[in-house]
Design a protein around this ligand. Sequence first.
Ligand code: CA
Length: 715
Amino acid sequence: MGRRRISSIAALLALVAACGCGKRGTQTSKETGENVKPADVDAARIVNADRDPGDWLTYGRTYSEQRFSPLKQINDGNVGQLKLAWYSDLDTHRGQEATPIVVDGVMYFSTAWSKVIAMNAATGKRLWEYDPKVPPEWAINLCCDVVNRGVAMWKGKVFVGTLDGRLVALDSATGKPVWETLTIDPKYRYSITGAPRVVKGMVIIGNGGAELNVRGYVSAYDAETGKLVWRFYTVPGDPAKPFENPILKMAAKTWTGEWWKVGGGGTVWDSIVYDPDLDQLYIGVGNGDSWNPKFRSPHGGDNLFISSIVALKPETGKFVWYYQETPRDQWDYDSDQSILLTTLKIGGQERKVILHAPKNGIFYVIDRVTGKPISAKPFTAINWATGVDMKAGRPIFTSFARYPASNAKPVTPGPLGAHSWQPMSYSPRTGLVYIPVIEAGFLYRGLKDFEPKKLAFNTGINMVAAEMPQNPAIKQAILNSVHGELLAWDPVNQKPAWKIERPRPWNGGVLSTAGNLVFEGTAAGNFEAYRADNGTKLWSFNAQTGVMAGPVTYMANGEQYVAVLAGWGGVFPLATGAVAIKGGEVRNISRMLVFKMGGTASLPPVPKAEPPVLNPPPMTASKATVSKGQQLYQTYCSTCHGDAVVSGGVLPDLRYSSALANDEWFNVVLRGLLEPHGMVSFSKALSHDDAAAIRAYVIFRAHQTIEQEKASAKK
Ligand code: CA
């Protein structure tokens, strides 16, 4: 009987990733008979990547991270004949965010749970696989799914950061670990999801966790030995202790109260970009922790270096300059988004610039030499600021945006940002930047009191106030307001050139090519190509799953290939509830998709799934219990199982759980029954009564859903 119940819950969890739970760090050799030569990537080769356009050597292809390829065998004249060359299914069913690296005919990429795979880039034949065996229970320490955005290559090694904070070097020929180092203090809820970058023989890596009370930093490790070379903290620590870096003394003057007790934030979870022209490293720094500034810096202050770009010297990590895009951020406006380097002719002068479109919705052109903004204009509708005062270099805030009182409308952008981790691309051929834009607001209301809680998101925000209202008209208005765009932006004139409206937000990263093409995957489950100069749609492929990752292109055996990692997930389908399934549910089918002219492969049909039936037990709990359960659900559960108990298609929708009807619920929530799947025991945070109240709220939501469906069927 007990076993039967377990297996029915396990069936509900069919969408949860399989994950390794034994000895950490295993590697599988494939009897392929293929000789893999060590990937010979060094500084000269990455700096001169344009002489090697058939390879994709680093996260953004070149150090400038433009994600522009000079290849044009596939172009605006023939892309209609682009067909699937091969595909390869993955063993996880969680978000896939990685950009593959291609070196000398071998493709290397990371997947969910920080696993790494090497394949023959022409055939998809697997050469080796590596699983770092991330403990599944570490998933509670992640803001945004068990994702990984990529690997880095250097002199015969592949580097990957793992969810539990390790940096691992693998032999690129065999996939066998060479060294491994722990980059975090596991007492804190850090994680690594970003791709490392290698500069001058050092592997540079940051971390995430600024919703979970951490202090951000970026570290450099010797690529040969894994020894720490330097570390730069992005926010000051306790000023009673010595500052790790002289600039932090200055930064500490921009904080008040006891910020170090809540972490401070400023995590470097994505962009780390090397500028060989100026020998500088640029890091994108994330939001303040907690989000609510009242609890991290109560008496004001800009809170350096949160929501900033910071320039460092790569050998030493010495500070060079900073530019803070969102002083005293309180909306989760990370500045971690794609940092692109180029030279633009502005006012008749050649300027070395950074192009940046962070979460706050403003497009910045920043002078790489001085760190000063040259121009800054909103690239989408924003209401937290009216623009940027260019003399002061600071945004002009609206009073409305600062945690408005009741009845206020949502702040735009919300915490997903106007642009998140999905990489943008710059084509020097068209002079345009291609941005996957998100339009989604959020109702920020601060909590009155705040004590960081175990196993919860600790943002200092009232997550119940932010919950989707169940009034049908209000709900529909919110759903209508949320959408996405593929935006082609002219950075010199700071204005749109063209845009493609997308009914859903959370579309894919972008690739542009010299073939006058732009490639992007969509939340609706397609992979598409557009003319780069005018946005005419030229090609579309039914990918059967949401596509979020950045595509790449490369040459193998004289033919051009286009590749993208498909697989729906990340923070949007996990956390946003009804918004995530606007326009219908998208399932996760994680696989590598690779295309070439006249390819002959085809995807198997999507297996038919029985539509789930809502069958909750009767409502017996009091209103007060349901309300308590709502508070607790929104605080502890919503960030993975979805706002207001609506799943976005990746993790189980609890309204359908068979455990609602019996005590299995407590075995899952309090006794860790499903810990091997990443569902940790909440016994350190929740009592039996708390877990019962959450169950009562989930049952309430299941009944409410049945009523709503009946009402809409009548119409
Ligand atoms: Ca953030």
